[in-house]
Design a binder for this molecule. Sequence first.
Ligand SMILES: Cc1cc2nc3c(=O)[nH]c(=O)nc-3n(C[C@H](O)[C@H](O)[C@H](O)COP(=O)(O)O)c2cc1C
Length: 275
Amino acid sequence: MHAVILNSSFRRRGNSELLSKLILKRIENNKNSAEIINLRDYKLLQCDGCMKCVFKNERCPLPDDFYSLMEKTVKADALFLIAPTYVTTIPGSLKLLMDRYLLMSSYFEKLYSKPAVSIGVASPIDWFSFQLPLMNMFLLGLGFKIIDSFLILGAGPGEVLLEGDSLSRLDYAIKKILSPSPQLEEYKEKISTHCPVCFSMLFERIDQERIRCPVCHAQAKWTKKGFIFSKESVKNHRWTKENIEEHFKNWILRTKELFRKNLPEIISKKKEFGL
Ligand SMILES: Cc1cc2nc3c(=O)[nH]c(=O)nc-3n(C[C@H](O)[C@H](O)[C@H](O)COP(=O)(O)O)c2cc1C
């Protein structure tokens, strides 16, 4: 078993780096191999939406390290994603990588259903609502199956090491990932506080009785005691292989013909607005 630990923090000797090293040690002590990938060592540029990767099936022309980063990531049998919280959400380094989503889809098949754990590092001040949902969106977009997702609190470098309960959860997550079949048991409908697919606790309200997870579109009934996610929508969430194929075929690829159809009207609007 080879685990990849993806550290998104640019702070040297900070909390994410320490957690990455701790995970590496624990995995190696279990006679498995692991590797830390520090995002700060890779140059990543912003996707400029040229769409060559989609419509021309070409390599991304941006002169950066996207492919070498993905070559390492794709070797993972399991992935730990670690990211500090910046202004309630993920740092720009990880968002830059996530914005290469159209290219990532070529790795989706290879990584599909492999287990992953996301660990957000945050200050203990309740400014972190978007952190785990966004981290998990990244993991699901790459095809991973999330087996645990949690925050470890700490502002100053090293403070995460004082969080005994969270470190126990981390140990448990490592144990789970190293177990021969670290997949979640089949989902059974029950009262829940979070989305069973992606662990999100942020929800969109559909109507008086129903809510939807904005990350994976699993739907739940809203009861006084908590949420009951429907088995069908959990099984058929946004990031399944079938739904992603469908999304590419029936939306992303179709945007070209749609644009062609709209082009004469766009040209005339540009003239009208003097653009
Ligand atoms: C620019 C910046 C923005 C931050 N924003 C938040 C925030 O919104 N919520 C929070 O909980 N912590 C925030 N923090 C604190 C970091 O998440 C915290 O210090 C964390 O331990 C950093 O992890 P690292 O040492 O791995 O880089 C912010 C830190 C920086 C530098």
